[in-house]
Design a protein. Structure first.
Lengths: 129, 292
């Protein structure tokens, strides 16, 4: 599974979590995986935008080392209350699910424009003239 | 010939789409809950509809060997065979009692043949296919009953032709998959062919589509199921096929329980509710078409 797909499925799964510690635990995994992934972010500069979504900014020296970025982000998550965790959850959803849902609906739309049943009927219908 | 238009064939060229289930459940419901008088004609050689009703009304007696004498011999029972058999060439000689079995006051059945595989007796001249409509006509059955339901086999055969020649309407149960879609298409073709082959019969007795109804729909249908239903509806839009708004649900208990247990015998409110709205839509549709 590609990292992107893995993240999508994880983000989807946490949407139903209401338990504080469980949600925090999952967010640790998601943020660590995302930040360390070379697939997601080729250079550290790209991580800045990602963190901005959550209102997180670090000093320049931090942004030079992924290990530091990850560690400091996890510390932030560790200290968050339920309300804030929920905001993170929502933001992740927007980032991974809604955006990708757009792609998805685009695909679906093109797929649905084609009526498979109609195609089959046209192909095999015995009521053609 | 009767003015009443109340003979309905339950038909699809595809098997396993709940033709028999829908036929027997609707019949019993209309009799028991709506005080209608219904005749069921089981023209399907599998005779499953007959078996269900015989079980419910305990027609064959107790199948306990020690009490053997209680078992009704099936050879004495009325049967559809007697409508078609050659020895009764002239219908006037056929007694109603040889053909129609009264399950209770409002519910009668022309049973399928249980002891033999009843086959087409006369071929070639096509007169055998008209025996059922002749029988219905001569005994004025359309005026006796509110509805006459014909449970058909999933084939294009002598039975189907007999059924359609006798029907005012045909009603198509349909699973939301591609095979059933093609079954519906094939059926439309069969009806068109029949109408041209028996032009005379159908001009005096037009055959109209009552509509299609989706069956075996799960409680929470998968996205694909819903999509298929929409696509099938769209595909037949140009052909002005009417689709019932209510669906017949998928319920494992319907296939796992005893033949004798019908939906109205159950405590399942939801299932009964579904059957109720289907029957109501059916009756509405019947009166709408009658008004045309």
């Amino acid at each position: 599974m590609e990292i992107k797909d893995l993240l999508k499925s994880k983000v989807k799964k946490i949407q139903d979590i209401t338990n504080l510690n469980l949600l925090r635990y999952e967010l640790f995994a998601i943020f660590a995986t995302t930040i360390l992934s070379k697939e997601e972010f080729k250079s550290n500069k790209d991580i800045t935008n990602f963190l901005n979504v959550f209102g997180i900014t670090f000093k320049e020296y931090v942004m030079k080392t992924r290990t530091l970025i990850m560690a400091k982000t996890l510390r932030i998550i560790e200290k968050l209350e339920m309300n804030d965790l929920n905001v993170y959850k929502e933001d992740l959803k927007k980032l991974y699910l809604i955006e990708s849902d757009d792609d998805h609906t685009k695909n679906n739309a093109t797929r649905q424009e084609k009526n498979y049943m109609k195609d089959i009927l046209n192909k095999y219908s015995r009521n053609k003239n | 010939m009767s003015e009443k238009k109340n003979v309905i064939s339950f038909l699809n060229m595809k098997g396993g789409v709940c033709k028999t289930t829908l036929c027997k459940e609707m019949a019993l419901f209309l009799v028991k809950k709506k005080a209608k008088k219904v005749l069921i004609i089981d023209i399907d050689p599998q005779a499953n509809c007959t078996q269900s009703f015989f079980e419910r009304y305990n027609v064959m007696g107790i199948s306990d060997v020690d009490e053997g004498e209680l078992i009704q011999s099936d050879t004495n029972l009325p049967s559809i065979e007697n409508v078609f058999s050659k020895s009764h060439g002239r219908l006037r000689e056929v007694a109603l009692a040889d053909i129609i079995f009264e399950l209770d006051s409002g519910l009668h059945i022309i049973p399928g043949a249980l002891n033999t595989v009843f086959m087409e007796r006369e071929t070639g001249n096509g007169s055998a296919e008209q025996k059922l409509i002749n029988f219905i006509d001569q005994f004025g059955l359309q005026d006796v009953y509110d509805y006459i339901f014909i449970d058909c086999p999933p084939t294009y055969s002598f039975y189907t032709v007999s059924a359609l020649l006798s029907s005012n309407y045909y009603f198509v149960p349909l699973k939301p998959d591609a095979y059933s879609l093609l079954g519906l298409d094939l059926l439309e073709r069969v009806v068109a062919d029949l109408k041209s082959a028996y032009r005379k019969n159908f001009s005096s007795r037009p055959l109209t589509s009552l509509g299609a109804i989706f069956t075996l729909i799960p409680k929470t249908p998968a996205k694909g199921t819903l999509r298929n239903m929409n696509q099938i509806r769209e595909s037949f839009q140009e052909k002005e096929m009417y689709f019932f708004e209510n669906n017949f649900p998928r319920a494992d208990k319907l296939s796992t329980s005893k033949l004798s247990t019908f939906i109205i015998d159950r405590q399942d409110v939801e299932l009964l509710g579904k059957l109720t709205v289907i029957c109501e839509e059916f009756e509405e549709r019947m009166s709408d078409l009658d008004g045309d």
